[in-house]
Design a protein around this ligand. Structure first.
Ligand SMILES: NC(=O)c1ccc[n+]([C@@H]2O[C@H](COP(=O)([O-])OP(=O)(O)OC[C@H]3O[C@@H](n4cnc5c(N)ncnc54)[C@H](OP(=O)(O)O)[C@@H]3O)[C@@H](O)[C@H]2O)c1
Length: 336
């Protein structure tokens, strides 16, 4: 069943995007401006050169307002959300340091929903959660299809010191709880590891996941699997989840496919043979980890079709070269 989109353009609508300068949020701001929305983007420092790319976007001069806000500053978030019809809450620490991760993620989620309720104009909040809030469950059988009903196990996240996933679970749970209490319409996007071209000048954590296989910093790949999706599809998913009436109250897994690390390095080595991509696994004893099955039916029902991972990998590397994070090798260094 395809759910009907009710608001195909943003003309006349103002929306807030938290953490606007981040990897995903930058693409979302770009898309919203293209669709005619006026965007109030929160950043921690509007004058930081790392946010200059936002000001240079088409439509930004007329319809992008940068607001200074930290996730721990309720008043600043309240001011940024004032007068908005929608909120995209993407800002979050991305770290495994428990102190830096958990409190800002949870408090930020609560504050954003409360501010949306207080503003009185917000029609829907779209919260960027993560697959990390979905799959970290050691008791899930190998044949279980991971879907939006799955939640990561908090004890397991704690015991494995995976504080990023722990923080994303408790932040998403806080968002659902406060939204229920305050009567705020909420929808959640749970992206898997996000790849693709960068708009922002600095390299974010999910891009480091690929950069490390190209710059020689990692000599062997791990015996592990990971699901991937393109950042442009993640931005589109957020927009569809916002604009589609039937998306309220639901979670949406945003994923293209699950690959073993061996598949990732093979694709990279084939596309870019000039880089020292590892060709041996660090674990030559245990059987090769198997990919899990997931359902992306929710976003398919909203009409989203994700780009193939090989294209995202290609575009990631090209973008890293263009932004000066990877040297472009002269032809004599390129293996045939
Ligand atoms: N990339 C992925 O693979 C992936 C996958 C699933 C979910 N997600 C989620 O998607 C969202 C965006 O991630 P991303 O990959 O785009 O990461 P990113 O580029 O690191 O962006 C994170 C943003 O959050 C902001 N932020 C962090 N702590 C903050 C605080 N205390 N107060 C205000 N702003 C704060 C950062 O601002 P500064 O620039 O000032 O630090 C930055 O703009 C996050 O919620 C993340 O958990 C990402």
């Amino acid at each position: 069943m395809t759910i009907e989109a009710v608001a195909p353009t943003g003309n006349g609508q103002t929306v807030c995007v938290t953490g606007a300068g981040g990897f995903i949020a930058s693409w979302l701001v770009k898309l919203l401006l293209e669709k005619g929305y006026t965007v109030k983007g929160t950043v921690r420092n509007p004058d930081d050169p790392k946010n200059a790319h936002l000001k240079a976007m088409e439509g930004a001069a007329e319809r992008l307002i940068l607001c200074k806000a930290d996730l721990l500053d309720y008043d600043a978030l309240r001011e940024a959300i004032d007068g908005c019809q929608g909120v995209f809450h993407t800002a979050s620490p991305v770290t495994d340091d428990p102190e830096q991760m958990v409190e800002p993620a949870v408090r930020g989620a609560r504050y954003v929903i409360i501010a949306a309720a207080e503003a009185g104009t917000v029609r829907r909040v779209v919260f960027t959660s993560s697959i990390g809030a979905v799959t970290m469950d050691p008791n899930r059988g190998p044949d279980v299809v991971v879907d939006e009903s799955c939640w990561s196990d908090l004890e397991y996240c704690k015991n494995t010191r995976n504080w990023y996933c722990y923080g994303k679970v408790v932040a998403e749970q806080a968002a659902w709880e406060v939204a229920r209490e305050k009567g705020v319409e909420l929808a959640v996007v749970n992206p898997v590891l996000v790849l693709g071209p960068l708009l922002q000048p600095q390299v974010n954590a999910s891009i480091v996941h690929i950069l490390k296989y190209l710059d020689g910093s990692v000599k062997r790949y791990t015996n592990a699997v990971q699901a991937y999706v393109d950042v442009r599809d993640v931005a589109e998913a957020h927009l569809r989840v916002y604009e589609t009436a039937g998306a309220a109250g639901k979670r949406f897994i945003c994923a293209e496919r699950v690959l073993h690390r061996e598949d990732v390095v093979r694709i990279l080595a084939k596309l870019f043979p000039e880089y020292p991509v590892p060709n041996r696994c660090s674990d030559e004893v245990n059987p090769r980890k198997k990919p899990y099955n997931f359902s992306d039916q929710g976003l398919r029902d909203l009409g989203l079709q994700c780009k193939p991972v090989s294209q995202s990998l290609y575009d990631t590397v090209k973008s890293l070269q263009e932004k000066g994070h990877l040297p472009v090798m002269p032809p004599q260094y390129q293996k045939l």
